[in-house]
Design a protein. Structure first.
Length: 238
């Protein structure tokens, strides 16, 4: 499994020949503005599926375009999937606690403590079901993307039941848990590798990722602070 990070909560998971995008926020992502990656060519990407943790625009920004351009399904909680299906996307609705086996692996939606809304054309929030985390189990490893969430003790259960090889945890604070809580989450989830996400995108979620990585190390966990465009290759399990 290869995980390429595009800043914020956006990642491309590659397993076998498959390319799975989680929370694509590319066109308006401030972390991509200064990179040679921008303007981002959405047509040139390989996209077999788009998984969304919740409706907020910093997670769904390019979902519809990617799904329509590449004829790929949007996999999300029921209301969010329906919302994009109405706009012409292929959609695979799911809900919390459920799993489904896709050609690239098994997707399970797990709880996240957050909200899930998009602004209507008038600017007021339209609520689109529950927010979620994602457990993606493939032949090349198991990934847990926590989505936007507070710390909650059932993360222990996610660790026990699904034994993720790598966990993507938000550390930005303000909208999600901050580094102190993410450190506790990491010890509960017990994935050997943790990729910090959802930080430094906006001034209000600026964090010291080096410090977070050092603190993970003290807990025997390998922190993988990826730069925008950088990949992590998950080592094959012994
Ligand atoms: Ni959010
Ligand atoms: Mn967010």
């Amino acid at each position: 499994m290869e995980i390429r990070y595009y800043g914020h909560a956006t990642c491309e998971v590659m397993t076998g020949d498959h390319h799975i995008w989680i929370d694509p926020f590319l066109s308006d992502n401030p972390l991509l503005q200064d990179q040679s990656l921008q303007p981002f060519d959405l047509d040139a990407l390989k996209v077999d599926a788009v998984i969304l943790t919740h409706a907020h625009s910093d997670h769904t920004g390019d979902a519809l375009t990617l799904a329509r351009t590449h004829d790929a399904p949007i996999i999300a909680t029921f209301e969010l999937a329906q919302y994009f299906a109405q706009q012409g996307a292929k959609a695979h609705p799911m809900n919390l606690g459920g799993s489904y086996v896709f050609p690239f692996g098994k997707v399970r939606l797990v709880p996240a403590f957050h909200s899930s809304s998009l602004a209507s054309q008038h600017g007021d929030p339209v609520y689109l079901g529950m927010p979620a985390g994602v457990v993606l189990t493939t032949e090349t490893g198991t990934l847990y993307h926590a989505g936007d969430t507070a710390l909650f003790t059932d993360m222990k259960l996610i660790g026990e039941l699904y034994q993720p090889d790598v966990a993507l945890l938000p550390i930005g604070d303000n909208f999600t848990m901050g580094p102190e809580e993410a450190l506790i989450a990491a010890t509960w989830v017990q994935a050997p590798y943790v990729i910090p996400i959802h930080y430094n995108t906006f001034p209000v979620i600026k964090q010291d990722v080096t410090l977070f990585t050092e603190q993970l190390k003290e807990q025997g966990i390998t922190g993988v602070p990826l730069k925008v465009g950088e990949s992590f290759h998950l080592p094959v399990r012994a």
